[in-house]
Design a protein around this ligand. Sequence first.
Ligand code: FMN
Length: 345
Amino acid sequence: MNLATSLGAAALPNPVLTASGCAAAGRELEPFAPVASLGAVVTKSVTLRPRAGRPTPRMAETPSGMLNSIGLQNPGVAAFLAHDLPWLAERGARAVVSIAGGSVADYAALAARLADAPALVALEVNISCPNVESRGEVFACDPLAASRVVAAVRAETPAGIPVLAKLSPDVTDIVSVARACVDAGADGLTLINTLLGMVIDPVTLRPRLGGVTGGLSGPAIRPVAVRCVWQVHAALPAVPILGAGGIRTGADALEFLLAGASAVSVGTAVFGDPSAPVRVLAELSELLAGHGFGSVGEVVGYAHRPAGEERPAPPPPAPDPGPAPPMSVGAGSGRPAWRLGGEDW
Ligand SMILES: Cc1cc2nc3c(=O)[nH]c(=O)nc-3n(C[C@H](O)[C@H](O)[C@H](O)COP(=O)(O)O)c2cc1C
């Protein structure tokens, strides 16, 4: 199985990455699987200056997902450059560095600081941030504002480093935002960031998150994410897409590739199972082989094929080797490792 894929000029050995904000810069995952074995590590969004984030509590469990209002807590780009990227480079890992800001100038300055950073294979532009120069309107919700950020980042970034614009699903027409970003120079798109949500505690009778609203992630958002990937791939088939949203199994990842993603990011699933990205990769590889695909490239967008164009039936499964050991959190718990609490993720 040829698992190699690419996001623009970034060649990746396989299509499974972490998602921004769910594995910091990869250190926490290393005890479970070498970060160099992943397609790439997408790092937590970094800002020009350190940020403390929003008030606690910052996370709340929801049916098949979670809400977070971390508020871009991060050490700032100087500390990130000093500590995190060298650590990834030493391990031979690839870094997709996520950047965030409150103005076009912030994004441009970050791109300039990162231009020759070690381990960097792509920049992911998190435009789900309030634009401080435009009444706090989120960049990703306005094609013009989104395109200005992308153009500024592209101008500061070396040609060999692709710029991926990460879009928000909280828009009426995601294709128009995607098109504006590509026209402004984005080499690829990450789809999707979290959906804006809120939970109110029935005991305290107040919002459960300190920041009141938060981003919804996990399996609950997967159908929204797959729909976004499908629509954008249908409209812009040549543009590479990094898919994200509720991926916790190889079958979930396959859905994104079939919809048109060239690679996927695993986010929320990592909190319940830090080995989720490597497990997803192993499961995906087995599924692709089972369907008779020889490479990742063959499956990207395959669900868009014309009616009647079918693959030969996959070969019959190998004889059953007997019961598999349960995938459990702890000895004898018998619970799948991605399940937390009473919810199904
Ligand atoms: C706790 C948490 C923090 C996140 N932080 C960021 C971030 O800093 N930048 C960003 O672009 N996305 C961030 N995200 C969004 C994820 O990268 C991802 O797009 C989204 O959660 C959907 O994928 P998932 O359902 O697999 O988590 C965060 C998500 C979570 C759950």
